[in-house]
Unconditional design. Structure first.
Length: 326
């Protein structure tokens, strides 16, 4: 049914227009940065760059799923370019993200729920020690502050993966990441005084991390966790662990199409603009087969994520309480 409606067909014109807009915004931000010079108004520029970097990362995400072009080479080229612009290793991210798609919310196989600073299951909460145990106790309150470090974390993990040669094109990725780091720091330090430069980087990287985290967190956090004993078919494994976010086309833009997480997990190569058109068909398909289809508003999704994190932290707060995570 999806194929008959043409929803897997490439939408190159859409992506070319999207990349042109992103490129224009990036260039406009660069001009504003140069014109403003050593001014505290640059903090506004930092906010703009945080938004632009996230939109660039969304394109890199789509390229990793082969949504943009027909050939792997063209998609990889687009992915590497956007990885260079944002300072993320494209090869490392694609490998990690593919493992997530293969086993979403699986306690032993999904890298997205293997984060040292957070616990997503009661078992993870119980096994943490020291400062990590304290963080698990209060993780619902620490979640948003921790997201300010997500941008830096992406840079660090990308560099580590390249240095360890965990990515196939490690020489290319090394050159691209080096170009990003050197170019970014040189430009910032040439235009701004050292103190303003540090504040600019903190604002830019912090808000970029928050935006990225707020775009990705509602998709699976707080949804059922799968265990080794769970044997689900592909449909149920992808649908039951995912959550859609209701909203207008502005929400589609804000979240880069990730608000259609169920459709995206069922059809990873479906171009982003087609996900909205597939949503009703997928929902009806799931309903007719008695498969739970989860969707809610954006702020409701954040509330569900925070409630889940608070509940999972119970063993750390009250060791005598043995409460299993959903």
């Amino acid at each position: 049914m999806i194929k008959q409606l043409g929803l897997l067909n490439r939408r190159r014109a859409y992506y070319v227009a999207r990349m042109a807009v992103n490129g224009g915004l990036l260039a406009a931000g660069g001009v504003a940065f140069t014109v403003l010079g050593d001014s505290w108004w640059q903090m506004v520029t930092a906010v703009v760059f945080a938004g632009v970097f996230t939109q660039l990362a969304f394109i890199g995400h789509d390229a990793g799923h082969r949504q943009i072009f027909r050939t792997r080479r063209a998609n990889d080229l687009a992915g590497h370019v956007h990885g260079c612009l944002t300072g993320i290793s494209y090869g490392w991210w694609v490998g990690k993200h593919n493992r997530h798609h293969a086993n979403p919310n699986h306690e032993d196989a999904d890298p997205d729920i293997e984060i040292q600073a957070l616990a997503f299951t009661a078992e993870q909460s119980r096994t943490k020690r020291g400062i990590l145990r304290w963080m698990a106790k209060h993780q619902a309150f620490l979640f948003l502050p921790l997201l300010t470090l997500e941008g830096i974390s992406l840079h660090v993990r990308s560099i580590q993966a390249v240095l360890r040669r965990e990515v196939k094109a490690h020489r290319v990725e090394s050159a691209l990441l080096s170009a990003h780091v050197v170019g970014y720091l040189v430009v910032v330090l040439l235009v701004l005084s050292p103190f303003k430069a540090v504040v600019f980087i903190a604002v830019h990287q912090g808000l970029w991390g928050v935006y990225m985290g707020c775009a990705f967190a509602p998709n699976h956090k707080g949804m059922p966790i799968l265990h080794a004993a769970d044997k689900l078919d592909f449909l149920r494994k992808q649908v039951l662990t995912s959550r859609n976010i209701r909203g207008s086309r502005f929400v589609d833009f804000l979240l880069g199409g990730l608000n259609y997480q169920i459709e995206h997990h069922l059809f990873p190569s479906m171009p982003r603009p087609n996900l909205r058109h597939a949503q009703r068909l997928v929902q009806q398909f799931c309903t007719s087969r008695g498969v739970s289809y989860s969707q809610c508003g954006l702020f409701t999704s954040y509330a569900q994520v925070l409630r889940h994190l608070h509940a999972v932290g119970t063993p750390s707060r009250h060791p005598s309480v043995d409460r299993s995570a959903p």
